[in-house]
Structure formats: C-alpha cells, structure tokens
Design a binder for this molecule. Structure first.
Ligand code: FES
Length: 576
C-alpha cells in the first residue's frame, strides 16, 4: 500500500508555504501556544464533537474528546476539537429531523474550510449519526465514527425499563387508569440512569450499528455501553487509528462500496431496526454514490430474520445485554451468510476479518438463525394507490392480526385535533378503524416522530393495545404497534393521502406488500381537482430552505443540492 508523505498532507497547504497567508496561519497557531513541532508534517485531526449542555446522550463527550486526543497525540497527529450542533432527540423541537441536513452541512463545511487531514466524528443520539456521516462523506476526508454508546438499563421497582418503549407503554397504562401518579413519577427518575444513547433498539442503536456494519467504526464500537471503561479505551483507539488512516489515504470512497450498504441493510434487519433506518441509509448511500432504495430494504427483509432479542421488536433485553452477549460483531457473525464479507472497513481490514473470531455468549439475546424473534425482517414496504412511493411498517412490532386488515379511515389534518379527539370519551371509533394523520411529512411538519398515533382512551380502557395507524410522519425507533409510516408522496404536496376522507375504506396486506384505498378512480380524480395545497409552514430562514429543497421520504429526505451528483464536485478552498 502506498502511504502519503508529509508534504502531501492537506493541512500543509495552510502551514507549509513560505508566503504571507501561511505566516498568518502559523502565527495564529503560535498564539494558541502551539509550536511547529505540534503541526509540521503531522496529520491534523478534527475531533467533531456534538456535545452540549442539553444533550443528555452526549454528556460524556467532554471527557471522551480528551481520550480521542490522547490517541491522536500518541500516533503522531495534532488533534483539534471542532464543536458541531448537538441534536438532542427529546429536546430539539419541532423535530431533530428538520436539522439532520443542517448538521450534515455543518460537518462537511467544518472539515472543508479548516486545515484538516482526517476526522473522528463523535455522535450517537439519533440524527447525529446520519448527519455527521452524510457531511463527512461529502467532505471526502478519512474519518472514523465514534458512537456515544448506549446508556445503562433503566430500573423501576425491580423491573427493567427500556428507553421510549416503556415510557409509551406505561403512559398508555396511566391513560387507561391502571397506573398511579406516584408510580409514573418514580419512573421519571429510573428510566434514564446514565449518559449514553437510548438502550432499546431505537434509532440511536440502529444507526450506530449500521455505521459499524458499513465499516465506519472500529469493530465492536457500537455496542459498548457509554459508562463502560471499554468506551474510554475505544475512544483512544479511534484517535490512534485515524492518524494511520490519513497516512494510508483511506478515504470514504475506498471504504464504502455497494456491498457495504447491503451489509448495513442486512444488519438493520437482523437487529430489528428502527424504521428511521430506511430514510437515513438511503440518504447516506446517495451521498456515497451507492444509492440503495426502498426495494433493497424490502428484499432484505424477506431473507434476513430478526435475531437480536432487543426491545421493542424483541421480548426482554436491552443494549447492555446485547453487549454482554457478544455485541454487534457476534450478531454479524450469525448472519455472515447474508453479508458481503469482503467489504472494507476503517481499520483497514474487511468486515469478514473483523468478525471472524466473534462469538455469541447468550443464545437468547442473539438468537440462532433457526430460532429467530421474527422469521422475516424488521421492515416491510407497502405500495398501492394510497402510497405509490411507499409506506413502511415494522411487522415484528405489530399485532399479527393487523398484518392483513381492512378498516374505516378516521382522518386528522394536524396533531392538535388528533390529540383532542383521542381523549374524547364520545369519539366514534372502534379497534377495527385505521387512524390517519397527514401533513406530518417532510414539508408538512419536518417529518416528526408522530407516527405512533395514540390509541383513543376509550379503546385503551376497553383493553385494546394495538390498531392500525397511518401517516406521512416517522416514528421513534423505540415505538411499536401497527404503524404505517413515511407515506409518500406526502399529503402536503398532494400525495393521495391528501385525498383521503373519514369513512373511506383502506385495505392493508403486509404479506402481499399492498395498501389500497377502496375509492374508485373517478371519485379520486374529482377530489384531486378540488384539492388546494396547504400554506407552507416557513416563510423565511432555515425552515424555508428546508421546504424548498427537501426530498421525499423514499429518497432519504436529503436536500437535492447536497446529493452526490448535484452539479460539479466542490473544490478545495482557495488560500490567497
Ligand atoms: Fe438520545 Fe434516544 S434520546 S438516543
């Protein structure tokens, strides 16, 4: 393998020349206390840190950034911390999805505009993983992704609590009058016990696992709990490794191939992944010039069984148990026959080499292929006259009797009226109806996680625990139930969902991958002729930019002008 030399380092454009501008760069480095021995001939490593005072999942990043720097220094590089926006999933409103692409822009431009040779990306809380990866892919410099790691298991009165999933479950119990205020208040202190990301198989665990399956993390990195000393060691390993990656010129284009994305999809299925994986993997693949589609997910879902017994698809366990059972390398070893084991990874070895010695230590947590949690994959993509560009469901987290169902639509145009209606004791609704929320897609509302529509209180009190729900929104990876999501095209741009009326009949057939609105074409044409587009939400600012350029869910919700292939490649910055 040919290695880069010091004179070809990207950062040398800033520091090496004997000219006026480089004098300025060097004198300003000296202003911060650095000497030429710190930078001359050394890879400059950006440690892109998504820490903030209000991101609970990244609370340990202040310490971990020092561990990464320690590794970089040991390997002969110069680490520079570059803060990037921190997207706390539960805190940022209206939804972090609105800001994933902004983080991607920030990451790309941070790397491009500074004298950076390689990067360690520190993320994990939901959108921070795809946001950082998308930006770094477009920047094209060598990088390693450092996952925040899952938090410890939740605890309450001797029971284990899982992020999100148990909050949803017990909130419904409280609404049904079966849980006391005291018990609910106690859970508030017990459900999130340490720093780190959600410890169910939510979007964070899904996306960090996918980053590992793509080959963008060090082996095993995504499963290590945030509070484990192994996470500190892995952080320093990332620092050491990125310096070598710069010398090896191991840029993303040499790591990622179409095989990498197929591995990511197979991994997602075996994990019982969050539905959000579809949007983010499609977006990342298009940035990498290796576009995958909804059909790739559906095809994998028919072949790869769910074997990670992690809530909400699984019955009992959480990410801490997954780590003790061998973690992601062990799970990947179990699905080895579904992987392209020759795909490259950031440690310079193939995925197959990285998982060769991995073992499963608990067959109930990581099931054998012949005893899966769910024989078919975690996700299914349905199409039909109501969703020509697809709607997504997580069959493994849905009551089996709803997988083939026909019901009356009960349609809501905004969340406020839905919320009011579901608590109305006189609401005319049965468990066979299909609740519908529209105008919650990318343009409608920034595509928030509203898709696990609340079951009406009177049904909850009658013992109903699941019903079909349809929307153009997403749902949290920790959610569950018969939720049909990402309906595309969305209602706000006149997708067929916009034409639906309360009382219409919808037929859903998951095994046949079909969703059908039982209204004839002439009636639909008449409704379309009368349809008026809703007013756009944002008249100015970033929200306006988002509305002008965001793509639909089946295309990954990236901005059209950020995708690879949009116009010419971005040049290196001029330095004069
Ligand atoms: Fe950060 Fe769930 S809230 S990962």
């Amino acid at each position: 393998m040919t290695r880069r030399t010091a004179s070809t380092l990207r950062s040398s454009r800033w520091f090496a020349p004997d000219d006026f501008r480089s004098f300025g760069h060097r004198s300003r480095m000296r202003q911060m206390g650095y000497a030429p021995a710190d930078w001359a001939g050394k890879p400059v490593i950006a440690v892109v840190n998504t820490w903030s005072d209000i991101n609970q999942c990244h609370a340990h990043f202040k310490q971990r950034v020092e561990d990464v720097k320690r590794g970089v220094l040991q390997a002969g590089g110069l680490p520079l911390e570059l803060p990037a926006m921190s997207l706390s999933e539960p805190i940022v409103k209206p939804t972090t999805m609105l800001y994933r692409n902004l983080l991607a822009i920030e990451c790309e431009e941070l790397l491009r505009s500074h004298p950076i040779d390689g990067a360690v990306l520190m993320g994990g809380c939901d959108k921070t993983t795809p946001g950082l990866v998308m930006g770094a892919l477009s920047a094209g410099l060598p990088f390693v992704f450092l996952p925040a790691g899952p938090m410890l298991r939740g605890h309450w009165r001797g029971q284990v609590l899982g992020s999100g999933s148990d909050a949803f479950k017990y909130w419904d119990e409280r609404r049904a009058g079966r849980l006391s205020d005291q018990a609910w208040a106690e859970m508030e202190s017990g459900i999130a016990r340490s720093h780190g990301t959600c410890m169910t198989m939510g979007t964070a665990a899904t996306m960090t696992g996918i980053a590992e399956a793509l080959g963008l993390t060090l082996p095993g990195a995504s499963s290590i709990p945030a509070a484990d000393a192994g996470h500190v060691r892995m952080s320093a390993d990332c620092g050491r490794r990125i310096v070598e990656m710069v010398w090896e010129d191991l840029i993303p284009a040499r790591v990622l191939s179409r095989s990498s994305f197929h591995n990511a999809i197979a991994c997602a299925m075996a994990m019982g992944c969050s539905t959000n994986a579809i949007i983010h993997v499609i977006a990342m693949s298009r940035r990498a010039g290796q576009a995958v589609t909804l059909d790739d997910f559906d095809a994998a879902s028919r072949k790869v069984p769910v074997i990670a017994n992690i809530r909400p698809s699984g019955e009992r366990y959480l990410m801490e148990d997954f780590f003790y059972a061998g973690g992601l390398p062990a799970m990947l070893q179990r699905i080895r026959s579904h992987l392209h084991t020759d795909a490259m990874t950031v440690n310079g070895r193939t995925l197959g080499e990285n998982i060769a010695s991995a073992e499963v230590f608990d067959d109930d947590v990581i099931r054998p292929l012949d005893n899966p949690i769910y024989a078919e994959g975690a996700l299914a993509v349905l199409r039909g006259n109501l969703a020509p560009d697809g709607v997504v469901i997580k069959p493994s987290a849905c009551a089996p009797h709803l997988l083939q169902h026909s019901g009356r639509a009960l349609v809501f145009d905004d969340y406020a009226s839905l919320k009011k209606a579901v608590d109305d004791p006189d609401l005319e609704v049965t468990a066979d109806d299909i609740l519908v929320l529209r105008h919650a897609g990318p343009l409608g509302a920034g595509m928030p996680e509203w898709g696990m529509l609340p079951i009406p209180t009177r049904l909850l009190k009658a013992g109903v625990t699941d019903m079909l729900r349809l929307s153009d929104a997403r749902m949290s990876g920790t959610s569950y139930g018969g939720c049909l999501l990402h309906c595309a095209p969305e209602a706000a741009i006149g997708g067929p969902l916009a034409l639906l009326r309360t009382g219409d009949r919808i037929t859903v057939d998951v095994p046949a991958r079909r969703i059908h609105l039982e209204v004839d074409d002439a009636e639909l044409a008449a409704r379309r002729a009368a349809w008026q587009p809703p007013r756009r939400r944002y008249e100015r600012g970033y929200g306006w930019l988002f509305g002008q350029h965001v793509l639909q869910a089946d295309q990954g919700c990236d901005f059209d002008f950020l995708e690879t292939g949009f116009g010419a490649a971005v040049a290196e910055p001029d330095i004069y």
